[in-house]
Ligand binder design. Structure first.
Ligand SMILES: [Zn+2]
Length: 273
C-alpha cells in the first residue's frame, strides 16, 4: 500500500506525529508554530477528556444530581431533550433513583452510561499517548493507500469502515477491535495553524477523530449543521462523533457550546441557543 508520509517525530512522551518532508526537499516543515499548536492541542484534548469523564463519573457512577449545565449539555448534544426522544427510551427522568426494577431498563441513565463508556475510552486513549498524521491539504496525493486529495478545509479524518447503506453515513469499524482496525487520526497541521485555531479547537478536532477510531461512532451530523443536529435522537446521538466532541468541550467549559461552521476556530463562539 503506498504511503504519503515518510517522517515520524516524537514531540513528547504523549505525542508522535507523521508527515511528508517530500524526501528531504521540504524544509522547516512542520514549523515550530505548527508543532507547538499540535502539542498544545493534544494537551487540551487530554484535559478536556478528563474533565468530561469526571462529570460523567459524578452523575453516572457516584449518582450525584445532574445539575446545570450538565442536563442541558446532555439534552442538546445527546438528544435527551423531551422533543427528541427515541421510542426505545422508557424513561427520561433526571436523577431517577435506582430501584431494582430500573436495572436493565432503557432509561436516561442507560444513555448516560453509554456516553460515559465512550468518553472513558476516548479519554484513556488520548491520555496514554496519541499519534497524529498530517492531512496536508494542497500537498497530499494519497489517502488510505489510494490516489486522492483532501478537501480544501479538511480539518481531520480517520480512514476505515465504510458508508452504512442503511443510513448513508460514514461508519467506522466498531467493537473491541475498532482502535486496531480503524486508521490513525489525521489532522491538518498547517491549515489549523494558518487559520488561527486555538489549542481547544485543535483538541475538538482530535476528540472527534478519536471517537471514530476508538469508539467506532459515525458521522450523522456535525454540530454546526444545526438543523439536522438538533433533530438527532438519543440513540443516533450516542453514535455521532461531533456529539462526543462538543459535549466534552461543553463539560470542560462548564457551559453548553456548539459549532457554528465547519472550521470552528474558537469553540466558545457559540453558546446555545
Ligand atoms: Zn467525522
Amino acid at each position: 500500500m503506498p504511503h504519503y508520509t515518510n517522517k515520524v517525530k516524537v514531540l513528547s512522551p504523549l505525542l508522535a506525529i507523521a508527515y511528508s518532508d517530500n524526501k528531504g526537499a521540504r524544509l522547516n516543515y512542520p514549523t515550530k508554530a505548527q508543532t507547538d499548536l499540535l502539542l498544545n492541542g493534544a494537551a487540551a484534548a487530554r484535559r478536556i477528556m478528563r474533565a468530561a469523564v469526571a462529570e460523567l463519573d459524578r452523575v453516572v457512577y457516584l449518582r450525584r444530581p445532574e445539575g446545570e449545565p450538565f442536563t442541558s449539555i446532555m439534552n442538546y448534544h445527546f438528544g435527551l431533550a423531551a422533543n427528541r426522544l427515541n421510542p426505545m427510551l422508557k424513561s427520561n427522568a433526571v436523577d431517577k433513583s435506582l430501584g431494582l426494577k430500573a436495572i436493565g431498563q432503557k432509561d436516561r441513565r442507560w444513555i448516560l452510561n453509554k456516553i460515559r463508556m465512550g468518553m472513558l475510552s476516548i479519554s484513556f486513549h488520548l491520555n496514554t499517548g496519541v499519534y497524529l498524521i498530517d492531512v496536508d491539504i494542497g500537498t497530499r496525493n494519497i489517502i488510505g493507500g489510494v490516489a486522492d486529495t483532501p478537501g480544501a478545509g479538511e480539518e481531520g479524518y480517520v480512514v476505515g469502515g465504510a458508508n452504512n447503506p442503511a443510513t448513508g453515513k460514514f461508519t467506522p469499524h466498531c467493537g473491541l477491535l475498532s482502535g486496531f482496525k480503524n486508521g490513525e487520526i489525521h489532522v491538518a497541521f498547517a491549515f489549523m495553524q494558518q487559520h488561527g485555531y486555538t489549542a481547544e479547537a485543535v483538541a475538538r478536532v482530535i476528540i472527534h477523530e478519536a471517537s471514530h477510531k476508538y469508539w467506532g461512532v459515525a458521522d450523522y451530523y456535525y454540530a454546526h449543521q444545526t438543523a439536522g443536529y438538533r433533530q438527532l435522537n438519543c440513540v443516533e446521538a450516542v453514535d455521532n462523533a461531533d456529539s462526543f466532541a462538543w459535549a466534552a468541550v461543553s463539560l470542560d467549559q462548564g457551559a453548553l457550546v456548539h459549532g457554528t461552521d465547519s472550521n470552528d476556530l474558537h469553540h466558545q463562539a457559540a453558546l446555545v441557543p
